[in-house]
Design a protein around this ligand. Sequence first.
Ligand code: ATP
Length: 423
Amino acid sequence: MEEVVGLAKRRGFIYPGSEIYGGYRGFWDYGPLGVELKNNIKRRWWRDMVELREDVVGIDAAIIMNPKVWEVSGHLSAFTDPLVECQACHRRFRADHEEELAEHAKTHDGGVQWTKPKNFNLMTEVLLGATEPKEKAYLRGEITQGAFVNFQNIVDSTRVKIPFGIAQIGKAFRNEITPGNFIFRSREFEQMELEFFIREDKEESRRVFGYWKEERMKWYTGLGINEKNLRFRDHEESERAHYAKAATDIEYNSPFGWREFEGIHDRSDWDLSRHGLIYRDPDGRDEYTPWVIETSGGVDRATLFFLLEAYRKEDKRVVLKLHPALSPYKVAVFPLLANKPDLVTKARKVFDRIRPLFHATLDERGNIGKRYFAQDEIGTPFCVTIDFDTLKDGSVTVRDRDTTEQERVSVDNLAEYLQNKLA
Ligand code: ATP
């Protein structure tokens, strides 16, 4: 884990938020490579969950909503975590995080006394308006509600019919009691969520719940996470969120234990009925309140787990074996020697030719071996080297990140060659 955190900082994936002022607990900034990785995860999710499906539409709702939304959805009263305080040093912890409590107990001779657990609300307050007292509103604690409050708008303005889904990606904020484990638990994070609306029917709900569980698991294995490092974990009734009838987490085998990074929830009619929304079946069935199956993934937790899964130390190199769809750069282009103007000019020409097609980088520093290592470490699947033969016969060397094997390819066929390899 420390090595991945170190790499993330050193190579420009993720930095501590506001670092020059000592950082700010629970906030992180994505650097030039991190934003590419995170965008690639989101893009792929959007492609698979919206673009390649006929039964899902997307939205992008506001982060701050009418505070009434949170009152009605139950978040102001029930979006809480249990909090306990150490009576010796007054540090506060989540009562349900037993490992953290045990760790803390070791720091005091003779153990610790904890206060009784109390419910701590996670919603982040903001103050708005130009007159005093300012109006209290909230940064959304989950992006979900945006899909529900727009349910009627979407039914009226598109041709969707139940069963259908509303997909959204966006920032959420939680005043977490103990942010930690790098970007795993922060106070500002991003979610990628699908709210899938179905008939009010137990059988249908069980079937759709099972369908989305499998789909979401396949999505992660399809992007390179070994199935041995993934598992489902059903929630006990006592740990379910206030809106959930059933809940299963997809967990990853992380260096700090099996941890959730996506939840599949049966929200039944909780939200729509609270908001007083109903569905009129255009095919003549009665009006009813649809039920909802939700898939709620964390973009930052996925970013962390994709990084951890991809990180390998081999003989002499560190390599990020990211799925090519997620790699920040797909291709790196080098002139064999940085001090030969003909090679440098030709390398730039090849670079200019492929960069509209693939996110590419041009690297002219150091020697070729160092450049390979530098690209391996950030997960670039292919390196293209322009050498003296290129000037004669128009061919280049393409080196594969995973096998380190090299092939000669003509510049004219390079785009097609890479396209096939990256597909
Ligand atoms: P936890 O039990 O770890 O606090 P949760 O069960 O409250 O998580 P959900 O409300 O189901 O989480 O949120 C759905 C997803 O949003 C999570 O699976 C996770 O990927 C992401 N998420 C939730 N809280 C955070 C956070 N504080 N930092 C980063 N991602 C988060």
